[in-house]
Structures are given as C-alpha cells and as structure tokens.
Design a protein around this ligand. Structure first.
Ligand code: AMP
Ligand code: ZN
Length: 116
C-alpha cells in the first residue's frame, strides 16, 4: 500500500484529525482506537515505512527516536517506574494489521510473557 491510502500517513499529516500524545519532526504518537490496556499508545514515524521488515540502516535514527519517545511518554505520564511494554508486530505471523511501521506502548496492567 502506498502512503496515499495509508491510514497512519493520513493521521500523521493531519488528513485524519487526531489528538497527538507527542509529536516531533520524526514521529507522532496517538491513542490506539481499540486499547488493549488502560494506556495504549501508538508511536509512528511520519515517513511511511511498511513494517520493521522494510527498515534499513538509514532508518536507525528514526527507530531510535521511536524508542526514546516511548520512554519519554512513559516518564511524562507517570508509569515509567511501574513499567510498560513496547511491541512492534511485524508482518503476517507477527500479527501486523496496519502496514505503516508502528510501536505499541502499553501500560496500566500486568503483562504476561510470552505474549500470545
Ligand atoms: P497492528 O496489529 O500491530 O498492526 O496494530 C494496528 C493497531 O492500529 C491496532 O491496535 C488498531 O486498534 C490500531 N488502529 C487502527 N486504526 C486506527 C486509527 N484510525 N486510530 C488509532 N488506532 C488505530
Ligand atoms: Zn503510511
């Protein structure tokens, strides 16, 4: 799917109105439509990348920024010490349903490992 039809590109560039939990030059973060925990935030790069499987060495800064953003949001929202989980579902077996790279940031309950 090209970025023209991509729902997360539309959210990132404002074609679909959304409330951002965080935004900077590289990425934006917003609440998941179907939360799987009391806090469920998606962190996405502004630039369209289909999935983690499509990343290349050039994307290292973007990927790092996404992780740093997750940690910042956790601190700002006060759940850093209690803990949280970050997840990147990748391609079919990974359970990815939206093919614009995104990181789930989940918090507010105890998580089990391994996930299903
Ligand atoms: P994944 O299964 O990892 O591809 O996750 C896709 C996530 O995007 C799911 O948790 C959906 O609930 C979420 N989602 C899909 N459409 C939207 C939307 N318009 N706004 C917010 N979250 C969405
Ligand atoms: Zn996209």
């Amino acid at each position: 799917m090209g970025s023209e039809d991509c729902i997360f590109c539309k959210i990132a560039d404002g074609r679909i109105p959304s409330t951002f939990v965080h935004e900077d030059e590289t990425c934006v973060a917003f609440n998941d439509l179907s939360p799987q925990a009391p806090t469920h935030i998606l962190i996405i790069p502004r630039k369209h990348i289909d999935s983690l499987a499509q990343t290349e060495p050039d994307h290292a800064v973007t990927l790092g920024q996404m992780l740093v953003t997750a940690a910042e949001i956790a601190k700002n929202k006060g759940f850093s010490d209690d803990g949280y989980r970050v997840v990147i579902n990748t391609n079919s077996d990974g359970g990815q349903t939206v093919f614009h790279l995104h990181m789930h940031l989940l918090a507010g309950r105890q998580f089990v490992f391994p996930p299903g």
